[in-house]
Design a protein. Sequence first.
Length: 605
Amino acid sequence: MQKRLISRISALLLAGLAFAACDNEMEEEELTSVVSAAQDDADLSTLVTALTQADLVGTLSDDNGTFTVFAPTNAAFTAAGIDLTAISDEDLTAVLTYHVLNAQVLSTELTAGEVATLNGAVVTVDLTDGVMINDATVVEADITTDNGVIHKIDRVLMIPEEEEPSSIVDVAVAASTAAEPQFTALVAALSKVQNDPEGAALLDVLGNLEEDFTVFAPTDAAFAALLDFLGAASVDEVETSLLQDVLLYHVVTGSAITSDILASGRVTSSLAGQTFEVDATALTIDDAGTIDATNIVAELVDITADNGVIHGIDKVILPARSIMDLVNFNEEFSTLKAALETAELTGTLADLEADFTVFAPTNDAFASYLDFANISAADLLASPALADILLYHVVGGTVLSTDLSNGFVETVNGQAVRVDLSDGVGIIDVLADYDDATVAVANLTAGNGVVHIIDEVLVPETANDVVDLAIATPDLSTLVDLIDNYPDLLATLQGDDANFTVFAPTNAAFEAISEVTETLTADQILEVLQYHVISGERVFSTDLSDALQPAMVNTETITINIGADGTVTISDQDANNTDATVTATDVQGINGVVHIINQVLIPEL
């Protein structure tokens, strides 16, 4: 009995000792790390050697860390041609840390896209066909350890070289030297301006990586069309100041406006200080000088640089330095250009100190007028009235289409055109049997005014003064006969150095007071005639207002009355006299305007 008890106690002691020994062995068992796992894999021996050489074993053995290692096989190192004896520790460390993520990511947890590595650069994960890291394929995934996971790959991941920042200029120059070159003329133009002592340093401006630019870059074909129009063989033959202004007009500063954020509306070319109109839907641009829109070329849109974006366009967009520049740059104005040159008016419209509004007829408008007048272009250019015709299209000051109202606008030649806004913007000249002009394109702004493109030539009175107008009107023969009796008055009304407004009574009006006129002296008749004339200005029907009392040549006044129906009557100084009614208005001559009335106006006699 006692022997049995001793035997059982001994067995229990032995069992306890055995259990204690087993527990001590478990406590002494080492944790596995990504390094130890690699050391146990013969196919990763080169990687282990590299980790040792780069002194990364301690880092990746840290049991407080968590890592994902994309581990190149020995064959991968061989294929990459990496000589561990020749590579610096710094470069080797950079390459190895490019294979490590600072977190454990199993293959099932990887997502397509870029992932930052331990050295700061990114790798690209592609899950389209298996798992690829950059151009390496994961050949064995999810070798898990206590401080991370290993994915074996068949290539060494090479750190992408950092590209030098590329500016707008760099991109344009590269495009100009490509297999299918673009923007060669643009680069040549920029270089010409840069190299001219009087030019701006445009290459330096657009090469500034601290700024953002949007450049609408004309193609070589676009520049070729411009050079052809200018009659130049290359940009070297174009005046530097003009070329500079054109180039500046294509640059928007302060932002890179890609096509997805390009909005319709006026865009300010900050360098040129002018604007152009963009249609973001149609991808077109309307500048100050063209009728047809410039297209943004779909194949050349959103060419990005580190300081902006380039959009290729199929025409050179033109800034409006002067009204004459608008004429020069628009092929629809070639006839107008020739006429202005012949009349020696180009300097006037090029003067940036001046301020004009020009109603500019197109080539088709001139063709229509030549056909109407049955003359040739050569006849028009040889006409002594050419300058007068051209100046009849010019108004002093800047008058935008929104500033126009129904009525007369005085032109530089002293006459006036009538504006009719009942259907668009109509411009009416003195020829009753000739088609009225319509503004086809409005508000082309220039540095010295504005241009409105019209579809007909405006024809002024080129020969007849106010007396001639009366002579040409049979119903005014009595008035003409009376004026002929007073040479001084006749000479005055035929002078071209003043403007007159004449209220011309008809023959019937004089006949109605014939008994009175027969009793008047010569001086009194002269005073009656002078009482029908305003000197020094052209007062058109639209200038008349109710109760207006203009002074006449004899110093007395008349009173204008405007009826509810718009009828214009005139009260004179004779209370017993019937008011005269204006029956015809605004007959223009070279020195004034005539309104026909049905009663003779009687002053105080």
